[in-house]
Design a protein around this ligand. Structure first.
Ligand code: ADP
Ligand code: MG
Length: 269
């Protein structure tokens, strides 16, 4: 039940695709930075034991005393686990390899699928006034990803513009449907975003055509181009919006943020 004495709270979006290397982390960081650039307060939750979102936003390993693991499995104050990044209005809950054991430890926990849901809805969250929470998922449909899907209002799916891109989607959609039938009936699909798009490559345009034919309005109009500035930015611990504000990649993520803000979370097929 919504509590009428509390503010509505942030919109929680999970960035998921069980395939690795499709642009989940890149999209989480840069969409987060683009939303923050509009003045919205944004929190990224790094839920991948690889911790790429944390590294990409400049959170050194030594600075990750408290992480998403503690958020899920320990009583921890939000102040200890939420860290600022180099980007105004953008905060992060970092991850370390500890999280890979969380996936196992969760199995014996009665509330295993709801831990992130509950952690992100604790009353102490209100003080941060986040408008968006973006959750970066590991490349699998494990309990961490399930937690992210149960916690979220919607799912954003990066789709790499390459061979067989659509094949993995049916498994993902099946999982989303199961979550909707059980733990989170209100779960929506925010949209599918084409990543690493190369307009000169026939394969990219073919994948786009297939995606639009099969998924229709679920596919964002904005495509994220393959852009070397996007891939360089994390090694400077920056979003591409900070690293090269006028690059095609930065502009595409700004467009995606605008489209998302106008998007009234579409319902999935
Ligand atoms: P995932 O989180 O799904 O595993 P990543 O976001 O880490 O995927 O992206 C995989 C690789 O592709 C990374 O090396 C990243 O820098 C690169 N990459 C992602 N998006 C782009 C892009 N638009 N242009 C160029 N390289 C990209
Ligand atoms: Mg990743």
């Amino acid at each position: 039940m919504p509590d009428p004495t509390r503010p509505e709270g942030p919109k929680i979006i999970t960035v998921a695709n069980q395939k690795g290397g499709v642009g989940k982390t890149t999209t989480t960081i840069n969409l987060g930075a683009a939303l923050a650039e509009t003045g919205a307060r944004v929190l990224i939750v790094d839920l991948d034991p690889q911790g790429n979102a944390s590294t990409g936003l400049g959170i050194e390993a030594e600075a990750r005393t408290f992480t998403a693991y503690d958020l899920l499995l320990d009583e921890i104050s939000l102040d200890d686990v939420i860290q600022p990044t180099g980007v105004d209005h953008l905060s992060i809950i970092p991850a370390t390899v500890d999280l890979s054991s969380a996936d196992i430890e969760l199995i014996s926990n009665e509330k295993r699928s709801f831990l992130l849901h509950d952690a992100l809805r604790q009353p102490a969250m209100d003080a941060y006034e986040f408008e968006y929470i973006l959750i970066d998922c590991p490349p699998s449909l494990n309990l961490l990803t399930i937690n992210a899907m149960v916690a979220a209002h919607s799912i954003l799916v990066p789709l790499q513009s390459e061979f067989f891109a659509l094949e993995g989607l049916s498994q993902l959609m099946l999982t989303i449907r199961e979550i909707r039938q059980t733990a989170n009936p209100a779960l929506r699909i925010e949209g599918v975003v084409l990543t690493m798009f190369d307009a000169r490559n026939n394969l990219s345009t073919q994948v786009e055509q297939d995606a639009r034919d099969n998924l229709g309005d679920l596919v964002f109009k904005t495509r994220i181009p393959r852009n070397v500035r996007v891939s360089e930015a994390p090694s400077y611990a920056m979003s591409v919006l900070s690293y090269d504000p006028l690059s095609k990649g930065a502009q595409a993520y700004r467009d995606l943020a605008q489209e998302l803000m106008q998007n009234s979370a579409r319902i999935a097929a």
